[in-house]
Design a protein around this ligand. Structure first.
Ligand code: NDP
Ligand code: HSE
Length: 434
């Protein structure tokens, strides 16, 4: 039997626009393959002229949420506005009114899923958010269904398209950071405020959602260590290349004996690592399950149609499943008291120093590492790269150091001690995963 479903789309930007096109262009296909007849019944926008020019018929356009929820033909509300202001109010209104919600909004789900889910449970509605993490890559469905049999021990991924695009271009073409960011915005990869991308907040929201689902415990975003890519220079990307490394903004989640460890930061990985070849706006996530071993998902993490693919898949799922599934964990603002979080994590490190070109300097530096109980893999005086500030580096030489695995607190202590020596300065500190 054919099921008739009415959809409302809130916000007609990059993702909302892609969703509108996919739903309308594939209407017959979904009818034929999945027995659902989906009609876009309402599109909520601020600028009706823009929406008309986009091809949305006048009779479906509206400008307030009350109109949307009052429409008896609307079964599913798709939220593609972003942020936590209007979006939160509209999603709550829809859920309270008994409409299932599909959202692409990672910030909203990361910060308020507990509030939204409570209302959804009360009114028996679905709350779906596949598009909120890793764009078109079906990571949420994989965590909820595909690897459900496993205790997921670890995940590591490139989960922000904008920063991967920027780092790839900087590495492959020596491109300028600012220009490449503008290009990522033009291509529709970046958030409304790109600070969220380049400072790692977007990846942090996603990691909070993904690790909560993977580890079956709320992982509040406040527990995640975060560092963005704004301090990354072409100089370090080039030195890293000489050492056989590629630089990526990685999101790392581990659930081990010491507790849950979650972090987002620029990371050097060996150029032979499978994540090293993930370029452009592509994303990839590695999962390690106790039964399945390694699983890797790869695909477009941002952009209009890739993200619409995830949104519409949720719409189809909601249309064809009568039973709603909620979080597998107690969805609260904070984790249960019994869950421990690891703050002093372990990593290997790359350091670039600019040091006085004098006898005895290397001995002083290695003395600091030895006192801090940090063992070194590599110490090399390297030749200057394009972009180094000649005046600032006058009489100084660049020194690159790679450490064995050590604790974050020990390396921070070593950096403070190195800077206090007054024989140079630590110019860069980048974590290394081998
Ligand atoms: P855009 O900025 O392109 O689109 C947002 C749209 O929402 C704009 O058209 C804007 O209207 C509209 N809007 C904002 N406030 C209101 C409001 N109060 N009432 C009605 N409309 C409003 O953002 P994206 O499409 O890129 O992102 C949307 C969501 O999808 C975000 O949560 C984002 O994190 C998420 N996402 C984005 C991806 C991407 O690749 N871009 C990928 C995965 C998720 P106006 O034109 O008037 O400003
Ligand atoms: N701004 C995000 C990114 C969109 O660049 O990955 C996808 O969530």
């Amino acid at each position: 039997m054919i099921k008739k479903i009415g959809v409302a789309i809130l916000g007609l930007g990059v993702v909302g626009g892609g969703t509108y096109k996919l739903l309308t262009e594939h209407k017959e296909y979904y009818l034929k393959t999945q027995n659902v007849d989906i009609t876009v019944e309402a599109v909520l926008v601020r600028n009706k002229e823009k929406a008309l020019a986009f091809g949305v018929p006048k009779n479906v356009l509206c400008s307030n949420i009350a109109e949307v929820v009052a429409n008896p033909n609307v079964d599913i509300v798709v939220e593609t506005i972003g942020g936590c202001e209007a979006a939160k109010e509209y999603v709550l209104t829809a859920l309270r009114d008994g409409k299932t919600v599909v959202t692409a909004n990672k910030e909203l789900i990361c910060k308020y899923s507990h509030e939204l889910e409570r209302v959804a449970k009360r009114t028996g509605c679905g709350l779906y958010f596949e598009a909120s993490c890793v764009g078109g890559v079906p990571i949420i469905r994989t965590l909820l269904d595909g690897v459900q049999a496993n205790k997921v021990q670890e995940m590591m991924g490139i989960i922000n398209g904008t920063t991967n695009y920027i780092l790839s271009k900087m590495s492959q073409e020596g491109a300028d950071y600012g220009e490449t960011l503008k290009e990522a915005q033009r291509l529709g990869y970046a958030e409304a405020d790109p600070t969220n991308d380049v400072e790692g907040f977007d990846a942090l929201y996603k990691l909070s959602i993904l690790s909560s689902l993977a580890f079956h415990t709320k992982v509040p975003y406040t527990k995640i260590f975060r560092e963005g890519i704004t301090k990354v220079t072409g100089i370090d990307i080039a030195y890293g290349k000489d050492l056989g490394y590629t630089l990526k903004l990685l999101a790392i989640g581990k659930n081990g004996e010491d507790g849950v460890e979650v972090r987002v930061h620029p990371t050097f990985i060996p150029e032979t690592h499978p994540l090293a070849s993930v370029s452009d706006s592509f994303n990839a996530v590695y999962l390690k399950g106790d039964a399945v071993g390694d699983v890797m998902l790869y695909g477009r993490g941002a952009g209009s149609f890739p993200t619409a693919s995830a949104v519409v898949s949720d719409v189809l799922y909601a249309s064809t499943h009568s039973e709603v599934r909620y979080s597998t964990f107690k969805n609260t603002a904070n984790a249960d008291g019994s869950v421990k979080f690891v703050s002093d994590f372990e990593s290997a490190y790359y350091l670039r120093l600019s040091v006085d070109d004098e006898a005895g300097v290397l001995a002083k530096i290695s003395g600091v590492f030895s006192k801090c109980n940090i063992s070194l893999v590599e110490v090399s005086q390297v030749s200057k790269k394009k972009g180094q500030n000649e005046a600032e580096e006058m009489g100084r030489v660049p020194l690159v150091i790679v450490t064995h695995t050590t604790k974050e607190s020990l390396i921070k202590n070593a950096v403070a001690k190195l800077n206090a020596l007054k024989i140079g300065e630590v110019k860069a500190l980048i974590r290394v995963e081998r």
